[in-house]
Design a protein around this ligand. Structure first.
Ligand code: GDP
Length: 294
């Protein structure tokens, strides 16, 4: 997943091999390598600096008589810092209300529709009655795509192909859910290729009208620093509850996973690692840090 970053970090720690203790000099050169590795992985420059300053300070503040080697110590400190950077604790989605409404937002191609299907499958497996709702009023193909995914996971899809009012469609879906005992309504929305006013207005209107218990922002992790900028633009407007990082199975450099939480101050809640409906996982910062450090 983050092979390049892992490799570079491993090399950074090797600079401490054979060193008997932590010194100002050997820590400085290791930390410089760590910072370079993070920046190469597309981590926002400011974030990379903050994290490595913290690692340095903690390493120099350690008791010299510690039983572990300087290399091991730096790995442990880095592991803790990366975990903190990614949010520390894992956060679950909020499913509240009858029905509970989950709004899915993001750019076109980020993986929203695929994720909507996966989330429906995930929640269904927890024993919940789920309804998927197609609110992409611009791309008829998106409705068909959601219907195919719904069929695949055995979840009903509500759509009104002739209706061009996303709020009305979503409200009708909620009425349908109430009548048919669906406990969770997942609303897949339209995306654009770039952030634009019209899309933001529409998604903001949906959020105001539906009052979802959870608004998830879906972003393609392969887009690196852009992923973070897009997250910021959506959050400024939508004040979403959580982030979904998709395409982590590709050769993502990891920057988005590492910087989004710090920049946007919202937790990453799920990761998506493939096109199959089962390729969805809750996000655990500590597990991700361990994975990065190999
Ligand atoms: P939307 O426009 O945001 O609804 O995006 P889609 O759900 O249509 O996804 C865009 C493309 O990315 C599709 O070809 C999906 O199969 C693919 N895709 C979505 N999530 C993932 C993922 O986690 N990994 C990979 N490799 N492909 C994905």
């Amino acid at each position: 997943m983050f092979d390049n970053l892992s490799l570079k970090l491993e090399k950074a720690f090797q600079t401490l091999k054979g060193q008997g203790s932590i010194t100002e000099i050997n820590v400085a050169s290791t930390v410089k390598e760590i910072r370079k590795a993070l920046i190469d992985a597309d981590v926002n420059f400011k974030v990379a600096k903050e994290v490595t300053d913290e690692i340095k300070e903690k390493a120099l503040g350690q008791d010299v008589l510690t039983a572990i080697s300087p290399g091991q110590l730096l790995i442990k400190i880095t592991n803790d810092e990366l975990t903190t950077l990614m949010g520390g604790q894992s956060e679950d989605i909020r499913i509240e209300g009858s029905p509970a409404i989950i709004l899915i937002a993001g750019l076109q191609g980020s993986g929203k529709t695929t994720f909507s299907g996966k989330l429906a499958n995930y929640l269904k497996k927890q024993g919940r009655q789920v309804l998927l709702t197609a609110c992409d009023i611009y791309r008829p193909a998106a409705i068909d795509q959601l219907k195919v995914l719904g069929e695949q996971v055995g979840v009903e899809v509500y759509a009104e192909p002739e209706n061009k009012d996303a709020v009305k469609i979503a409200k009708a879906a909620i009425e349908h859910a109430k009548k048919n005992n669906h406990r969770v309504v997942i609303v897949d929305t339209a995306g654009r290729l770039a952030v634009d006013e019209e899309m933001m207005n529409e998604i903001a209107r949906l959020k105001d009208a539906l009052k979802p218990s959870e608004t998830l922002f879906v972003v393609d992790s392969m887009t690196g620093q852009d992923a973070v900028n897009t997250a910021k633009a959506f959050n400024d407007r939508l004040d979403f509850n959580g982030v979904v990082l998709t395409k982590l199975d590709g050769d993502s450099r990891g920057g988005a996973a590492l910087s989004i939480r710090r920049v946007v101050e919202k937790p990453i809640k799920f990761i998506s690692t493939g096109e199959k409906m089962e390729a969805i996982d809750r996000f655990y910062p500590d597990r991700m840090a361990s994975r990065i450090l190999g």
